[in-house]
Write a protein of this length. Structure first.
Ligand SMILES: [Zn+2]
Length: 241
């Protein structure tokens, strides 16, 4: 990553330039939910060209940064009541809590996460939602691990893995090569899930963040940098319980 800035009016706009071999034509500007600005550019574009692209979109950027900051002020602990939004695979879904006589369940239907419970207290709903995330994470991570491992020539079989809730990390890899994935990651877009899985798979071979590790990662996922940037920009929101 490469930190740059321009002056626009009285304000400094700071942004990170992310070169990506896969992007062929356009320079794309993203404002992340944490208010940070990421500019994806094809390899070979000069910083001046990128600066001009940022300047052209400066007003749009300011508007979106202001909006992200406004949203973050509302980033309070959740109440787990109807109308709140919950992330799942990178999208916001509305929570709907329904008091039920018969039993409890969590279902995702047409963009709504519907929780039925006999006691719709905050703690009870939170517990059910958490368990639902874990069960979705189990299914989706298993599927993605298998698909990704099939395309890694130096792996004979998918590695052992388990869920582990972590405060600041999306994944880890033990010295024995067991991968641990944070269940909160299931709230992130699919490409971000794939990025974390590929990152941890590379740790099976390289247990550090050495240049060899990054070479391996880039081989498995040439455009991992902007995807990591996206995930970093969403982290605060996704980890908010
Ligand atoms: Zn790592």
């Amino acid at each position: 990553m490469n930190a740059q800035s321009i002056l626009y009016g009285n304000e400094t706009i700071q942004y990170e330039v992310c070169y990506t071999p896969h992007r062929r034509t356009n320079i794309a500007v993203h404002v992340h939910p944490n208010g940070s600005i990421q500019v994806d550019a094809p390899d070979g574009r000069s910083l001046t060209e990128i600066r001009n692209a940022v300047r052209k979109r400066a007003r749009w950027i300011q508007k979106h940064v202001a909006e992200a900051n406004r949203q973050r002020e509302h980033l309070l602990p959740r109440e787990y009541v109807s109308g709140e939004s919950l992330f799942y695979l990178g999208r916001r879904h509305q929570l709907k809590v329904v008091a039920s006589e018969t039993g409890q369940s969590v279902k995702l239907l047409r963009g709504v996460i519907r929780v039925e419970t006999q006691s719709p207290s905050k703690d009870a709903v939170k517990k059910l939602v958490k368990a639902w995330y874990r069960s979705r994470a189990n299914v989706i991570f298993e599927r993605r691990l298998e698909a990704i491992c099939n395309s890694v020539v130096w792996l004979n079989s998918p590695p052992a893995w388990k869920l582990l809730a972590m405060k600041k990390q999306w994944g880890s890899c033990s010295p024995k090569g067991v991968i641990q994935l944070n269940p909160h990651l299931v709230k992130a877009p699919r490409e971000c899930i794939d990025y974390v899985i590929r990152h941890e798979i590379c740790h099976i071979k390289h247990h550090d963040h050495s240049p060899q590790f990054y070479r391996q990662l880039t081989q498995l996922m040439p455009d991992w940098k902007p995807i990591k940037g996206k995930l970093d920009g969403m982290a605060e929101m996704l980890l908010n319980e």
